[in-house]
Design a protein around this ligand. Structure first.
Ligand SMILES: Cc1cc2nc3c(=O)[nH]c(=O)nc-3n(C[C@H](O)[C@H](O)[C@H](O)COP(=O)(O)OP(=O)(O)OC[C@H]3O[C@@H](n4cnc5c(N)ncnc54)[C@H](O)[C@@H]3O)c2cc1C
Length: 444
């Protein structure tokens, strides 16, 4: 006979958290809870972890949040991160080029990110390092959540999976991404915020070996993060894999509707991508051509976000959402995963407090913790998604306030980026703790 623990259920007496979804945000949350001694189980829909996209960069606030979440997770990021330029003397500037007007790609403005403030890595490498912090027995694959029932009498919350199995926990955190099932369960299927909206923009994402990148961009541009700007599109190139390759994200405006909104990617026609960048300078044109030569029918990634219909709450009862499930953003700040890691920091801190409560008071404490979490995280994460839309326009020279005025573009980028990067994580945690205490007081 198997025990409740072996079935993936938390037993009745011990406080246990269920994390649904093993993307960056779900895995990071698990490491944060384990670091605080909180029992946790992870339920992932797929049969193995599959990183989405090749590269990712972590902004300064994300690195601070990771360090506070679990120093091991921060060490994992530091191990795989790739310095811009020479690692002994890294280049900490984000460099913005006019990728359109000439083949020379003139530097039009730049933004300082602080010491090793914003570097790239291979997503799979980061996830592999994070997985070293997580005992495999707490992970269950092929568990696609379909329903969550909170009996409301202090008994554990019941999760129902597509394969007919069930599990229970004191709290369920949906880290199930932009198309979150848990968000729908919290808000209702027909709520306007149940589905994200298409930004009329898609991305080509690929990696290019460093030798080829140097041939196309030249040594300096290949080895340092650059944004190649122009009207109707822009390209981001970032060294990853300790300088063995670069990650390329090429964004293309799209007046059409996204054909199948249930899918985030679709097969594209490479010639259309070449066409979209045909008036750009040679470096961008050649980069796109190299990507399409290797893969003539690339995956196109629809850019969706939650800006048109922001989620009114991240929590209901003993169920909540975090990461893209709560506040999906376009990628122009490079801060989407970072917002999820800040969510994780607040959640793991508050849930570690809840774990100290007696079984009798646990349900009320969970409710207070999740409300406090939603209260503290909603405004900032939703602002980032809104601001990212603005930055997308700035980078494509179509934001009415900035257009092709580089000083204004730089000023806009600077204040918005600084608002994200220079964030007092400790003050956020204090605010969360006092909201938690206040809400607890009101239920006692
Ligand atoms: C082009 C591009 C570039 C980006 N660059 C950056 C960057 O440089 N820096 C940055 O911080 N952010 C970046 N982002 C944003 C970042 O990728 C996302 O914010 C982040 O990956 C979201 O992580 P997540 O764990 O919330 O969701 P996901 O990564 O989507 O993970 C969700 C997980 O839940 C699982 N799941 C789904 N449904 C269910 C279910 N019903 N039951 C159980 N499990 C389920 C999925 O299989 C998946 O494993 C970028 C985004 C894009 C599109």
């Amino acid at each position: 006979m198997t025990t409740a623990e072996e079935n993936g259920c938390h037993d009745d007496d011990h406080f246990g958290v269920a994390v649904v979804g093993g993307g960056i945000v779900g895995l990071a949350l698990v490491t944060g809870l384990l670091h605080r001694g909180v029992r946790v189980k992870l339920y992932e829909k797929t049969s193995a972890f599959r990183p989405i996209g090749a590269g990712i960069g972590f902004t300064p606030n994300t690195q601070q949040a990771l360090q506070l979440l679990n120093p091991g997770a921060f060490a994992a990021q530091q191990k795989v991160t790739t310095a811009n330029g020479d690692p002994k003397n890294p280049n900490d500037w984000l460099l913005y080029l006019d990728g359109y007007s000439s083949d020379v790609e003139e530097l039009i403005f730049k933004l300082h990110a602080g010491y090793r403030g914003f570097e790239g890595c291979v997503r799979a490498d980061f996830l592999d390092e994070m997985l070293k912090l997580i005992p495999p027995e707490i992970i269950q694959f092929n568990k696609s959540i379909v329903d969550i029932v909170d009996p409301g009498d202090g008994a554990k919350v019941q999760m129902h999976f597509k394969d007919g199995s069930t599990a229970q926990a004191d709290v369920v955190v949906g880290c199930d991404g932009i198309k979150s099932r848990v968000r729908k369960l919290i808000l209702g299927e027909s709520h306007p915020a149940a589905e994200p909206s298409y930004n009329h923009q898609y991305a080509l994402r690929d990696v290019v070996p460093m030798d080829q990148a140097i041939e196309i961009l030249g040594d300096f541009k290949a080895r340092n993060r650059h944004m190649h700007l122009g009207p109707g599109g822009h390209v981001v190139t970032v060294p990853i894999a300790h300088g063995k390759m670069i990650n390329v994200v090429a964004l293309i405006e799209d007046p059409s509707d996204w054909p199948d909104p249930t899918q985030l990617t679709r097969k594209g026609d490479g010639q259309k991508a070449i066409e979209a960048y045909k008036d750009f300078g040679a470096p961008v044109r050649n980069l796109i051509k190299a990507m399409i030569e290797r893969n003539p029918t690339p995956d196109l990634w629809g850019i969706f976000d939650s800006v048109d219909n922001p989620t009114p709450t991240f929590a209901k009862g003993r169920v909540c959402i975090a990461g893209d499930a709560a506040h999906a953003t376009s990628p122009h700040h490079g801060a989407g995963a970072g917002m999820g890691i800040e969510d994780d920091l607040v959640l793991s801190t508050l849930l570690a407090n809840v774990a100290l409560f007696s079984k009798l008071n646990r349900a009320a404490a969970v409710g207070a913790a999740l409300n406090a979490y939603s209260h503290v995280r909603k405004e900032r994460s939703q602002w980032v998604a809104e601001s990212s839309r603005v930055i997308g326009q700035v980078l494509e020279w179509r934001y009415p306030e900035t257009m092709r005025d580089w000083e204004k573009c730089q000023a806009e980028l600077t204040w918005r980026s600084h608002r994200i990067w220079h964030w007092d994580q400790q003050a956020m945690l204090q605010e969360a703790q006092s909201a938690f205490q206040k809400l607890l007081g009101s239920v006692e």
